[in-house]
Design a protein around this ligand. Sequence first.
Ligand code: F6P
Length: 322
Amino acid sequence: MKRIGIMTSGGDSSGMNTAVRAIARAAMDAGLEAFGINYGYKGLVEGNIFNMNSLKDLDTIVNRGGTILYSARFPEFAERETQLKGIEQLKKFGIDALVVIGGDGSYHGAEKLTKLGFNSIGIPGTIDNDIPGTDFTIGFDTAVNVCVDALDRVTDTARSHQRHFVVEVMGRGAGDIALWAGVATAADAIVIPEREYDIKAIAEHLEENRKHGKDYGIIVIAEGVMSAADFKEQLDQYGDFDSRAITLAHVQRGGVPTAKDRVLAARLGDYAIKLLLEGKGGLAIGIKDNQLVAHDIIDTLENHKHHTDTTLLDLNDRLRFK
Ligand code: F6P
């Protein structure tokens, strides 16, 4: 193995650059050449590929949000013909293995390349934390911290005006961001796709709070359940909460990565190269109980699911104002 390709794909997440730097550095240290692939699978098919060994200031990207390799959503990569075009480009540049940093869709691309015989490793990079085979994904911690900051601020104004806010956070089909941000900010209710919610019970809880002197409240809702606006509409049918609905949206995807995301990215990037040097591939790598782990990428996607830690919801219910 002489040359490896590095790609970021799907929704960007803070810490992707830290991973790009780690992969490239680890590859160079091992005497390999690192090639950056711009614009994800789209750029791969178009041959938008460049040699990274000449980059002088690679270390300066460790703290930059977004991805210097850009990203793109490219559903066309589900077609076999397009996958073969991608492999053709990789061969044209003499690339022997590919490391993809991304979410679910990106993993599926890497899985397809692996099935066609091209050695690919997936590194979990998404704010959603919804990838099987890992406890955490790169960018999740930063996104949660962005939400925590926003929720703290919203709580200030809610308290001042005796209002109730329904705050929608991202996560696609997963409730992890909502759970972590909700627990961290003592939300009055957290609504996630993994658990049925009872709107009447939530409204009664808010009314009870009022009776006991807490006349404001925060409900964190994961986008996978419904929009904040729709939830507010439902809530308003059960009482006058002077409610407001807000959506945190794409601010969750940007900003300086937290130390936790940076360290995770560094460890995973280095691990990917270690495995490739050992002749291994076709893997989804991640972190379980703080240990680096590698699983067959095909098996991971076909037979495993991400498990959201719903015990956090019970914890929040136990600890919230009563
Ligand atoms: O997967 C990351 C994510 O930010 C999800 O949380 C969200 O549902 C989606 O991407 C938004 O996609 P887009 O940036 O294409 O609007």
